[in-house]
Structure formats: C-alpha cells, structure tokens
Design a protein around this ligand. Structure first.
Ligand code: MN
Length: 425
C-alpha cells in the first residue's frame, strides 16, 4: 500500500466527515489569492496548502527541484518531475499534515503563511493543456446513442468492441469550474425542413465524464503498453463535455464531432492523483470478443468512482438528475492510452484524455440529457416543478464525484458551469 493512502492516518487539521479532501487525498491545483500571483496548492479539508510557502519553509529540500515550479499558473513543471518525485512530494506533505507531526501543528505563524481558507482563494485551470482527446468508452452510452440514432438491433458499430473509439477535441475552450458561457449558435437541420438553419442550439446537453492528465511525455514513434500506462497518468478530474445535439446531428458526418463540442468544456479544479485512487481499483468490464494483444491488460484496472449530476435552475435549488459510476466503463484508461500511442503518436505532460460519457445500465444512471430524456421524448421533472428536455438558459450544471472505502472518502470537488443566453450579434 502507498503510505499516504493509509486509512488510519489523521491530520491535525480538523476535517469534516463528508469532506472530499481528507489527508489520504491531497489533490493538486492552482490557486490565486487576491492581489497575488497564482501558485501550486494542495487541498486539505477546507484549506489550500501553499506549496511555494512550504518550499520556502525548507520542507521540500529533498526533492532537489527549483522552488519556482511552485510559483506558477500551471502544474506542468511539478507533474514533469515524474511519478516518483510526485509520489515523494505527496508523502512529504502527508507527513507534515499528520496528527503526530508538530512542525506546522504547533506553529500558528507557519500555518498562517502556508494554509489559506478555500473560500479566500480562486481556483484556476490546473494545467496548461496541450492536446485533448475524448473517448467513447461506456458501453451503455454507446448502445443508447446507437439505438436512438441508428439501428436498435445493431446499436454498436462493428469496431466498438475492438478499439476504444475517440476523437481529437479542442483545448482552447476547456474552462475551470465556476465559469459561465453563452449558449452556442450554429447550423442545424430541423427534421421538418429540407434546408439548414442558423441560430442558438435548441438541444444543449452535458456529458458526465472524467479526464486523466498525462504525467510523462513520449517521443514520436514510441508506444505506451497497457502495463506501462499507469506510469504516464498523473491524475484525474471531473469533466463536462458540453454538447449541442442539434448541431452535432447535422455536422458529424463523416468526420465526427466539431462545433457541437468545441464551444466549451468544464473541468474540476483539483487533480486527484492516480496514487490516491489506487485503493478503489475494481475489476474491469468483461470484454468479449477478446481484444487484440496490445490491448490486453492484467490486474484490476477499473475504478469505483461514484458520479452525480445536478441541475440548478436560475432561481431554484440543485436537483440531482443522474447517478452513475466510473466502473461502468468498458475500456480502461490503460487501454485508451495504449491505443492512443500504438501508432507512435506522441503525448505530452498536461495532455488531457476524457473518458467519454459515463452511463450506467439503468435509466437513472445515464450520463447525458439526450439519454435521460430519450432525445426529449421523456422530459425530466426538476424539484422546482419545471421540466427539462435539455439545458435551459440560466441553468447551472454541477458534476460531483467521490470514491469511498474503509471510512476514507476521496472526492473531486465540483465541476460546474452556468449557461447564459446566446449573444444577439
Ligand atoms: Mn464526450
């Protein structure tokens, strides 16, 4: 077991029982205090541990790295230290925060410098994202979409069980939780018209996803095996792949998603390390037919992460509309990465690879409005009495997620964004 994951560990910082950030988590992010420059931080309970201050205090000497990597507006240089040093960093922080360690516990002056209340900081995008890829790896999602758009009897296309299908997305519009964006406009072809029209989307949807962050670069021509893949994955965030279904239906043939996807995506601010999620590994989906040798893997490579989506109307309380779990994924992250690099495509630290919509097997666990309302034919009723086929202007969509076992809850915080009306110009 990784030492920092020990369920018996307690911190001298008081942490609420249902907090996403106990001492066993220690996820990494970028925070900013008013009037100060952005810095690298680690979440602990309701606080952010300021790693630049921890380094200035002399506690990170054994890492032998330039302290400036903690005074950055991105985590790329910290991640680029490599898996071993990142593991060592997490272990050092775990020891500093552990109940028996007086170094910070008994020194309020040091705590004042190194700990900031979460409510006093603004979170920024945690990484400079180079390339972004989105997969399509939940079998229930792919089956639902196939049933609705193609042939209910042959919902999955012939390639689906042989390779993790994906597309290259756009990183410029990936935003940090808490942002808002205008309803996108574009071209669609209404079913009752033989000509396309231009205007705001009438079918704005969320996609419940997670995304993993690449922790080590490869050279062109190099391939990562499923056995090596974990070494190349730094950690995971929650991800909302906003989608305009009417635009998508018209534009996607024959090259796949384009403007229906690239107007906005939202991620949660804290990158939960793959190390912290190790205790929540579960067996992977049984894959039949057998996959090609380069996609085979051994061990428990799926993850038990409980996922939830809530819609908060402009004037209303958040209402849960679906509950799913990462474990419903057919393809594992390790297989996705092995497939992505099998042709020699190089990857870089900070690249982001999203899971694809994570739907469960039951209608209350589907990961998008398109599935939950079956293309609008079965609207959802929210707690304020209003109905939704898709997402309305003024709605805030919130994704939450956590793993829990042996009394330890490893959470992701929130991934939320608000939809504003389309601009008139
Ligand atoms: Mn997607």
């Amino acid at each position: 077991m990784i030492k920092a994951n020990n369920p018996a560990l307690k911190s001298w910082i008081e942490i609420e029982k249902d907090s996403d950030f106990p001492i066993q988590n220690l996820p990494f992010g970028i925070f900013k205090r008013e009037g100060k420059l952005p810095r690298v931080g680690v979440a602990i309970g309701g606080y952010v541990l300021d790693l630049a201050e921890v380094a200035l205090g002399g506690y990170l000497r054994e890492l032998h790295v330039n302290l400036q990597i903690f005074e950055n507006n991105h985590l790329n240089q910290v991640i680029a230290m490599g898996k071993e040093k990142c593991r060592q960093l997490r272990q050092t922080l775990s020891e500093l925060l552990e109940a028996g360690n007086p170094e910070l516990r008994d020194h309020p002056d040091r705590q004042k410098r190194m700990l900031h209340k979460m409510s006093d900081v603004q979170m920024l995008l945690p990484v400079r994202i180079g390339d972004y890829t989105d997969f399509y790896s939940s079998i229930d999602h792919a089956t639902n979409i196939g049933k609705m758009l193609r042939d209910p009897a042959n919902a999955l296309l012939p390639n689906w069980k042989h390779l993790p299908v994906g597309y290259h997305g756009r990183s410029s519009s990936i935003c940090i939780s808490g942002h808002s964006f205008h309803r996108p406009k574009g071209q669609s072809k209404p079913p009752d018209s033989d000509q396309p029209v231009f205007g705001p989307t009438k079918a704005l949807d969320f996609e419940l996803e997670t995304a993993f962050i690449i922790g080590q670069s490869t050279a062109m021509g190099e391939s990562v095996t499923t056995a090596q893949a974990d070494h190349y994955i730094f950690g995971i965030v929650l991800f909302n792949d906003w989608s305009a279904r009417d635009l998508q239906a018209w534009e996607y043939v024959p090259l796949g998603p384009f403007l229906a996807k690239n107007f906005a995506s939202t991620i949660s601010p804290w990158i939960v390390t793959l190390d912290a999620l190790e205790p929540f590994r579960v067996p992977g989906y049984k894959q039949e037919p057998e996959v090609l040798p380069y996609l085979k893997y051994t061990g428990d490579k799926n993850l038990d992460i409980k996922l939830e989506v809530l819609i908060k109307p402009e004037r209303g309380e958040p209402c849960a509309v679906t509950r799913s779990n990462y474990r419903y994924m057919y393809w594992t992250m390790e297989q996705q990465l092995a497939h992505h690099t099998c042709n020699g495509c190089n990857i870089n630290v900070g690249d982001m690879m999203a899971s694809g919509t994570i739907s469960g097997p039951t209608p209350d666990s589907f990961g998008s409005m398109m599935e939950l309302t079956w293309r609008g034919s079965n609207p959802l009723k929210l707690s304020d009495g209003t109905e939704r086929k898709y997402i309305n202007d003024g709605d805030t969509v919130i994704i939450k997620g956590y793993s829990e076992k042996n009394g330890v809850r490893i959470g992701f915080g929130e991934c939320k964004a608000k939809v504003l009306p389309a601009t008139t110009i």
